[in-house]
Design a protein around this ligand. Structure first.
Ligand code: PEP
Ligand code: MG
Length: 557
């Protein structure tokens, strides 16, 4: 171990502690300059051809080693590097005097634009084309190819952020933890890490100085990266990790606090895979069924029959248990071609969620009918809620329609500051509410949840967010109606305790987080949770709120 110990901070995802060597993912290549070539066009074309060939070969080679779905993905990318039309396009640009790298960049970008304008599945392939272009350009320039470094020995991956194409091919036996300088708790990297139970620290700006071979300790629960950790530090961290594992294994059964106070621990599901994970993690039901995930590729609205079959398949996995179905949340980060206005300048503030459904009432009615039909044939206790509610009037209209179609429990998601502030009026109309802390945080701090440059603001520990949640908790207590959280905040064990202290009656999260949250809740009484919540509410900012709670915990437990 060389160098003095130094601690870097970021936003932790998960609870794991890992020690390992850093491998950096090369930063994306800058756009090649539009300067004329200084060598012959034949020589430029030879550079381009060699790089195209080498890239296709590399991709196939990696595919062969990876096998399975990864091989299919990589072979499809190799075909792009081999494409004769693209090669002709590169050739014509080289003949007009451009460099090989600029010609590849322009040819691939032009083709990507064509795919993008075709929409749907084709548009998704545009990103892959950019990835292949970068690999070819890296070959031409003789620099490291972008993407996850290859290695036979385990390492901790440090990157600016990960693109979906990078994460699809991650080998979790080799990549032991993730550290990103950009991205927030709702970034693609964070969602993947949470899903896979991989410790991660995102938005760790000072990690930009880490270099290949640095030894680091990643403590996701603390949001800390220790550079050059001492032997004593490593021993203490591994002992803590073992203690967490034991407490996780000892906590079983329904969610319950130390004084016996019950907290329903539910799962967030979307894909059939996540349903399997929820069942395996002993979820007490589903607190958020993201139905739009089933129809992301659909060009037209799915029929009642198609939907009914999809919903029935999920309901039957939770016999006798609660399943809260969210009607389609189209727009912003989840565009659906048949519901979303593509031309909006500001989709997060546009006609999304319930607003889009009210603008397409036939689609809303069909979906509610499909849910009601499937629920009638299932033993699951099916509840329905609407995303992006901002007013009591919207709530009344949605709940009225659900009741008319035979759905008994109809609720609103609290994802906007307005619905949190008006929670008493919203709960007067709804049978329950569920707080979507991902969106509630983005709208409270006015920071796009997908934008890495403002990721540090996207923290649900922000006392402004907690005060809004507290308003909802008070309204829940006053009306005696259920008040849950189904955003990522519920997956943070320490924050989960605070949320219960703020009056929440259930928590719903990625299945992988259930065991840790169950274990953490069992350590506190409701009274203790309320005191911790008070501390967080009066803090000046998110970091202070988290620190105030963790300091109180280390003194009392
Ligand atoms: C949320 O916004 O917190 C939420 C649960 O919904 P989604 O993440 O699907 O927008
Ligand atoms: Mg949301």
């Amino acid at each position: 171990m060389t160098g003095t110990e130094r601690t870097l901070t970021g936003i932790g995802v998960g609870r794991g502690i890992v020690v390992g060597d850093v491998r950096r993912m090369p930063d994306p290549l800058p756009e090649p300059a539009h300067t004329p070539s200084t060598i012959s066009s034949e020589a430029e074309l030879a550079r381009a051809d060699a790089a195209l060939k080498a890239t296709a070969h590399d991709l196939r080679d990696r595919g062969e080693r990876a096998g399975g779905i990864a091989q299919e993905v990589l072979n499809a990318l190799a075909l792009m590097a081999d494409d004769p039309m693209l090669r002709d396009d590169v050739k014509s640009r080289v003949e007009r005097g451009l460099t090989a790298e600029r010609s590849v960049f322009e040819a691939f970008a032009g083709f990507a634009q064509v795919l993008e304008s075709a929409g749907g599945y084709m548009a998704e392939r545009a990103g892959d084309l950019g990835d292949v272009a970068n690999r070819v350009i890296a070959h031409i320039l003789g620099v490291s190819a972008p993407g996850v470094p290859e290695s036979d020995t385990p390492f901790i991956l440090v990157a600016r952020d990960l693109a979906p194409a990078d994460t699809a091919l991650l080998d979790f036996d080799i990549v032991r933890a993730l550290v990103t300088t950009d991205g927030g708790p709702t970034s693609h990297t964070a969602i993947l890490a949470r899903e896979k139970g991989l410790p991660a620290i995102v938005g760790a700006k000072s990690a930009k100085d880490l270099v290949d071979g640095d030894v680091i300790l990643v403590d996701a629960a603390e949001g800390e990266i220790v550079l050059h950790p001492s032997a004593a530090r490593i021993d203490a961290a591994l002992a803590e990790s073992e203690a967490r594992r034991v407490s996780r294994e000892n906590a079983s059964g329904p969610g319950q606090m130390a004084d016996g106070h019950k907290v329903a621990l539910l799962a967030n599901v979307g894909s059939p895979k996540s349903v399997d994970a929820a069942v395996a993690a002993l979820a007490e039901g589903v607190g958020l069924f993201r139905t739009e995930f089933l129809f992301l590729d659909a060009e037209t609205a799915p029929t009642i029959e198609t939907q009914q079959a999809e919903y029935a398949a999920v309901f039957e996995r939770f016999p006798g248990q609660k399943v809260v179905v969210r009607v389609l949340d189209a727009g912003a980060d989840k565009p659906l071609p048949f519901l979303t206005d593509a031309g909006e300048a500001n989709p997060a503030l546009g006609r999304r969620g319930i607003r889009a459904l009210f603008a397409h009432r036939d689609i809303l009615r069909d979906q509610l009918t499909a849910i009601a039909n499937a629920a009638r044939m299932a033993t699951a206790d099916v509840w329905v809620m609407a995303p992006m509610i901002s007013t009591a009037d919207e709530t009344a209209e949605f709940v009225g329609l659900c009741h008319e179609l035979g759905i008994k429990n109809a609720g609103a998601m609290v994802e906007t500051p307005s619905s949190a502030i008006l929670a008493d009026h919203i709960l007067a109309e709804a049978d329950f509410v569920s707080i979507g802390t991902n969106d509630l945080t983005q709208y409270t701090v006015a920071a796009d949840r997908l934008l890495g440059t403002v990721a540090d603001l996207q923290d649900p520990w922000n006392p402004a967010v907690l005060r809004l949640i507290s308003e909802v908790g008070k309204a829940g207590q006053a009306t005696g109606k259920p008040v849950g959280v189904c955003g990522e905040a519920a997956a943070d064990p320490m924050l989960a305790v605070v949320l219960i202290g703020l009056g929440m009656t259930s928590l719903s999260m990625s299945p992988i987080a259930l065991a840790d949250v169950r274990a953490e809740l069992s350590r506190f009484t409701l009274g203790e949770a309320r005191k911790l919540a008070e501390r967080a509410l009066s803090a000046r900012n998110a970091v202070d709120a988290k620190r105030a709670v963790s300091t109180a915990l280390s003194i009392t437990h």
